[in-house]
Ligand binder design. Structure first.
Ligand code: SF4
Length: 398
């Protein structure tokens, strides 16, 4: 039996994927990804994948703009490939959690029990749909007596398999209604088991075969769109994995000039643009992502680029808007170092060279992201201003 295609678009982790998309299964993953980006050239695929990773890094329970369309199938497969090549357990756990929570939400909001029936059948679960629902127990809650009814029962072997990693006491087999080998379940509890199934499908055990994975990663990174997406995910992760303790809200404000607090890498690019020199593609991208992260108005960004010798307003506008739509995050310091964009040594900047004192760790820490540079600079400036103000006040009191 295969399920309706629309159900597969909604839940692409179902086994019927191999029936409907048997051609994908036989394809080389690199060729598959190339074709996927060609099929969706408008950036929507990258944008929606980025949203999943961002939601996961922020520990969100849902993925904004989740859509049950054909692109959702490609998206699911590419996320799996990304998790494999990222080979990073914390990332894979977070994505698996967020994606499976979204699945729970979708299934709970789906009022058609026939879909749940089809899903269980597709997963080859030993399962029965009871119509009409039957009474299987009584819930005694304080003075309230509630008769439990359900349309769902699942064989205990499948129940145990699905619930293996769920440790709540009430999920233990002994705490559930069991008759003739079947466990009677409320709909939401059955969906919770399916959520766990989806979570486990996305968890990638860290791969030990580094050589193979490196080769595969290198091949994939030859695809421009994949490379950008992969880099953006890593930059986002760099930003999120440590919560920055000197948290200062940074962002563009009309009338105030943030540029004095820009890190040397950005200052250097801006200086060269002002001098009418050309800058390379990666520097252009970094500058755009950086200014977008600070919410600079699009027109202001375009104006900065207008000093470049090859400036074309229409083309620049399109590229700046496209980057905004993709919500890319500026590169981390380690990426910028590998791209030769870091200017820590040339500038002899104290923050870039020596890092900062971490109150939490009671130790000196290296700077990991240029956006942290601004936060740190602003924090230090505010401390300096406070000290000056106190000095003046004390003087006035005398
Ligand atoms: S250390 Fe980071 S912020 Fe400083 S110049 Fe290098 S890349 Fe930029």
């Amino acid at each position: 039996m295969s399920i309706p295609i629309d159900l597969l678009k909604h839940y692409p982790w179902l086994p019927s994927l191999q029936v409907y998309y048997s051609d994908i299964a036989t394809k080389d993953p690199t060729a598959f990804i190339e074709e996927a980006f060609l099929k969706y050239p408008d950036g929507e695929l990258e944008q929606r994948i980025s949203k999943i990773f961002k939601a996961a890094f922020n520990n969100l329970e849902e993925i904004k703009g989740y859509k049950a369309d054909e692109l959702n199938i490609y998206l699911y497969l590419i996320v799996k490939i990304l998790l494999y090549v990222l080979n990073n357990k914390p990332i894979s756990n977070r994505v698996a959690n967020t994606y499976s929570k979204q699945t729970y939400k979708e299934l709970i909001e789906d009022n058609d029990d026939a879909n749940l029936y089809d899903i269980c059948k597709d997963l080859k679960l030993k399962f029965d749909f009871l119509d009409p629902p039957i009474e299987y127990g009584i819930n005694l809650n304080k003075e309230k007596r509630e008769i439990l009814k359900t349309s769902f029962k699942i064989h205990f072997t499948d129940y145990l398999k699905l619930a293996a990693n769920l440790h709540d006491d009430y999920r233990k087999l002994v705490h559930n209604a069991l008759s003739e080998g079947y466990v009677y379940l409320q709909k939401k509890d059955l969906i919770r088991l399916l959520q766990e199934h989806v979570r486990r499908k996305l968890i990638v055990e860290e791969v030990k075969d580094d050589n193979n994975i490196e080769k595969f990663r290198k091949d994939l990174l030859k695809i421009r769109e994949f490379k950008e997406l992969y880099g953006n995910i890593l930059n986002n992760w760099e930003l999120k994995k440590e919560d920055f303790e000197y948290s200062f809200k940074i962002g563009f404000k009309e009338g105030s000039d943030l540029s004095n607090n820009f890190p040397p890498c950005i200052q250097d690019i801006l200086r060269r643009i002002q001098e009418g020199m050309n800058i390379v593609h990666t520097e252009r991208l970094f500058l755009v992502f950086f200014l977008h992260a600070l919410n600079y108005p699009i027109e202001n960004i375009i104006d900065i680029f207008s000093n470049l010798p090859d400036f074309d307003r229409k083309k620049t506008k399109y590229q700046v808007e496209f980057a905004k739509k993709k919500e890319y995050t500026p590169h981390s310091c380690s990426t910028l170092k590998s791209l030769n964009i870091c200017k820590a040594n040339e500038s002899k900047d104290e923050i870039c060279l020596e890092g900062y004192y971490s109150k939490k760790l009671d130790a000196q820490k290296k700077l990991s992201h240029p956006l942290f540079y601004i936060q740190l600079k602003q924090y230090r400036n505010s401390m300096k201003n406070k000290a000056i103000k106190t000095k003046i006040e004390k003087k006035d009191e005398r």
